[in-house]
Write a protein that binds this ligand. Structure first.
Ligand code: GLA
Length: 385
């Protein structure tokens, strides 16, 4: 939907012009999967796929929200923000408003039209984009200064404690702090971060959605978190670490006898994935895209065999990509169980890649994958209309 169409839709629904546009980004993650909640370093980047909030401040106690493609208006009464946890649509927004209010930010009545171009359930963090864009909107309308990292943390809290998904900080951080043409190397235990130019030479990243119907991702995600917490508890009986990410592969070899079964496999993934992030960032800084691609493949295999969050659709999509001569590596991103892959593909070969992988995927799985045109952009944007 174009900006003009979105503004037109706003006018039709609310009977007045939108005055501001607040946006926050969806994200990819180059490498470092399922380690943010283990204190690891992750390497995400913000996308051109975003949550766009067309907005008008009205004052008063009502936040009125409409959504592209969905009929009706959802209303939040700012005096009852605790009571919207069950909402199917609008609960992320209510959660953000609830925790901002708790911090003393006055939630000012407004009309909001959401045009979210991050596909839902795709592993590209539509929820973080919605939370962060909403947090910016409320802060701007309350006239308070805000720190983007604080907004990311508050958005994560809303997702954890209001929406009930025990996610780490990666998505909200990337959504708020992403920078054009850069990936963010974020240390999730300290929140120190570094921007690294995402220079892939004659290669680019292709983002593909396996389009598997959404199936209980949140509950499976929460189970993984419990498993790594168990692993940490057991390891700490021998090794005084604060988080799994502090453990080197060599140390892990010495303590893994303390673990067994899935708990051992999950911890092994975390330890190795943390190590891969370091090597991948080095490879990228050295312009060694072949090595970067190899590490992406390894990451996928580990998510498939040790963390067990892929599934046949993501495995097929990344495997078909890997078979292409002009593809250096491919892996699932995000929580998994469905959603997207990223592949490093020679720029001149992208068209053929999409055609061949797309066709073979449809033949194997029975429905089509989607391929997105993406670019790496800034996290938050604020614009007067
Ligand atoms: C989801 C969560 C993130 C992160 C990834 C897996 O996107 O929201 O915090 O844990 O899964 O890396």
């Amino acid at each position: 939907m174009s900006k003009t169409e979105a503004r037109q839709a706003f006018k039709e629904i609310f009977g007045a012009e939108a005055e501001d546009l607040f946006t926050a980004a969806g994200r990819i993650n180059v490498i470092g999967e399922h380690i943010d909640y283990c204190g690891g370093k992750v390497f995400p980047a913000a996308l051109n796929l975003r949550c766009n909030v067309y907005a008008r401040k009205t004052g008063g106690k009502l936040v009125r929200m409409a959504f592209r493609g969905i009929d009706g208006v959802v209303e939040l009464d700012v005096d009852k923000l605790d009571s919207y946890r069950g909402l199917k649509i609008g609960n992320y927004q209510a959660g953000v408003a609830y925790f901002l209010q708790e911090k003393g930010v006055e939630i000012v009545g407004c009309e909001l039209y959401y045009d979210c171009t991050v596909p839902f359930g795709s592993g590209l963090s539509s929820s973080a984009a919605i939370e962060v864009a909403t947090a910016v909107t409320f802060c701007e309308y309350a006239g308070v200064e805000y720190d983007k990292v604080e907004l990311a943390l508050l958005s994560q809290k809303a997702e954890n404690q209001y929406a009930g998904v025990n996610c780490g900080i990666m998505d909200q951080f990337a959504s708020a702090m992403g920078k054009k043409d850069h990936a963010v190397l974020l240390d999730c235990s300290t929140l120190h971060y570094e921007y690294v130019p995402l220079r892939l030479g004659e290669y680019c990243l292709v983002v593909a959605n396996c389009n598997k119907p959404h199936n209980l991702v949140e509950s499976k995600y929460n189970v993984r978190r419990q498993e790594v917490e168990t692993a940490l508890k057991l390891i700490r009986e021998k090794l005084p670490v604060n988080c799994l990410a502090e453990i080197t592969p060599k140390q892990f070899a010495e303590v893994k006898y303390l673990l067994s079964g899935v708990v051992e496999k999950r911890a092994e993934h975390v330890v190795n994935e943390c190590d891969r992030v370091q090597r991948a960032v080095e490879a990228l800084k050295n312009g060694d895209i072949v090595e970067l691609g190899r590490l992406l493949n390894e990451s996928h295999y580990s998510l498939r065999d040790l963390y067990e969050v892929t599934g046949k659709e993501l495995d097929m999509l990344s495997e078909l990509a890997r078979k292409e001569t002009d593809c250096l590596g491919s892996r699932m991103i995000g929580a998994g169980f469905g959603g997207c892959t990223i592949s490093i593909v020679k720029k001149t070969a992208v068209e053929g890649f999409i055609r061949r992988v797309g066709r073979a995927y449809r033949d194997a799985i029975g429905y089509s994958a989607s391929f997105y045109e993406t670019s790496i952009e800034d996290g938050i944007t604020v614009q007067k209309l």
